[in-house]
Design a binder for this molecule. Structure first.
Ligand SMILES: [Zn+2]
Length: 443
């Protein structure tokens, strides 16, 4: 773990935005001193929900008071859960505007994303106190929020400092830690998509950003049982892994190091408002099933006889853009979601000649890239075993996704982002329909 923490310290030193991460037991007690190191003389506004207030908010308030800091707080109801929407973030910004307070976000994904956007919209820096190792957004510039129902990652700025008290994190609900584990596990699939895009000359792998996410990844995923148990060393490693993902996105200037088809499928479900046992399914839980879906799709692709692909037949069969628009309107509707999907799809649509060159290149690089993909990806059963041991969903039904729903989601997810992934490779080689059927049948 020392190695991981050293890498994290180096990433903080290299970050243009994040100046400090306190990752240790008892770190909450240092909140006042940390606040004064960055914002001496300013008042603080703690933003939490009722659950995160109990978990850490009250202790943060005491720590700030003890250093003579003026503190007010804004506690959102725990039920219904605060929604990650720009509309709610704007409400928080309005509240913050009442004085020159520095926001202290106390929470995990949703609270951090809302405050990140609210603070950014006012041009202010903020602090974050993590309450669960549940996602990779603590150190990232992006805030995934819905704008009139369409989920977008809005570019903001990460917090100036993050307090991650392992005593708090180890008491988070085990399911939330499972979401963080799933968000990190998704990087095996995201990495595979990047390798594929690189091999086809579409988007080159940046070695440094790749290493920040991928070098320690298998090590971080190796002990899901300890993660589920809330073991502080395991949580420290998981937090480091997720924080490094945020830094890799900052460095790359996009979410490519962190997000591929696994997140496209997950985002589709999040936008549909997927629920399980009357609760919205979390980002991490959606990513868990997005990731097993993508690993199943790669399984299908890697078993296919790509070298026998008839390039001319594939080019002839490829739909033109008008035909794609018709499919998008049919499957995603003509509203905001459908219109955005058309724009994203337009950005990656290629005409016949470019497609022909791409497929010829695929045949050429396939012996090498297929080996590289086999090294990158765990076997499907292995991945599902990891997720189950971490307390995360590993079957589609664990998040109330039926076979038909999964099949449709795999077919539609590629329209959501212009980013090239395995979904595009499968579509362009004529394999998407049978691959989606294969994944839906076994998941
Ligand atoms: Zn994620």
């Amino acid at each position: 773990m020392v190695l991981g923490k050293d890498r994290l310290a180096l990433a903080v030193a290299n970050s243009l935005e994040v100046a400090e991460i306190l990752l240790r037991q008892g770190a909450l007690g240092e909140a006042g001193a940390l606040f004064n190191r960055h914002f001496a003389g300013k008042p603080a506004c703690i933003i939490a929900d009722e659950n995160t207030w109990k978990a850490a908010g009250a202790a943060v308030e005491r720590a700030l008071h003890s250093q003579g800091i003026r503190v007010r707080s804004h506690v959102l109801p725990a039920s219904p859960k605060p929604k990650p929407s720009v509309e709610l973030a704007n409400d928080l910004a309005h509240n913050l505007k009442a004085d020159d307070a520095i926001a202290v976000a106390v929470g995990s994904g949703v609270i951090n994303d809302l405050v990140k956007y609210a603070a950014f919209s006012l041009g202010r820096a903020y602090l974050c106190v993590a309450t669960a190792v549940s996602m990779d957004g603590y150190t990232s510039a992006g805030a995934p929020l819905s704008v009139r129902g369409f989920k977008k990652t809005l570019q903001c700025k990460p917090p100036v400092a993050v307090i991650a008290d392992l005593d708090v994190l180890s008491h988070a609900p085990a399911a939330m830690t499972g979401w963080g584990y799933s968000d990190l596990a998704g990087k095996v699939a995201a990495g595979a998509d990047w390798l594929l895009a690189d091999a086809l000359g579409i988007e080159a792998v940046d070695g440094e950003c790749w290493g920040m996410v991928q070098d320690d990844l298998r090590h971080r995923l190796a002990d899901p049982v300890s993660v589920k148990r809330g073991d502080v060393n395991a949580l420290s490693g998981l937090f480091c892994g997720l924080a490094m993902v945020g830094f890799a996105m900052e460095r790359h200037g996009s979410s490519r190091p962190a997000s591929g088809a696994d997140h496209q499928i997950a985002h589709l479900w999040e936008m549909e408002g997927l629920t399980h046992a009357q609760e919205p399914v979390s980002h991490g839980a959606c990513v868990a099933i997005g990731t097993v879906s993508v690993v199943a799709l790669y399984d299908f692709l890697l078993r296919s006889d790509i070298l026998r692909l008839d390039v001319e037949a594939a080019v002839t069969a490829a739909p033109n853009f008008d035909a794609k628009i018709a499919v998008i309107r049919e499957s995603l509707g003509a509203g905001e979601l459908g219109e955005r999907a058309i724009e994203e799809s337009r950005a990656k649509h290629v005409e016949a000649e470019v497609l022909r060159q791409r497929l010829v290149r695929l045949l050429h690089v396939w012996p090498t890239v297929s080996n590289r993909l086999r090294q990158q990806l765990p076997a499907l059963d292995e991945l599902r075993g990891w997720l189950a041991a971490a307390g995360a969903p590993s079957r589609a039904r664990d998040i109330s996704v039926s076979r038909q729903h999964l099949h449709a989601s795999i077919l539609n997810a590629r329209f959501l982002r212009s980013r090239y992934t395995v979904l595009d490779t499968l579509e362009e080689t004529g394999l998407l329909a049978p691959a989606a059927q294969y994944a839906a049948d076994i998941l």
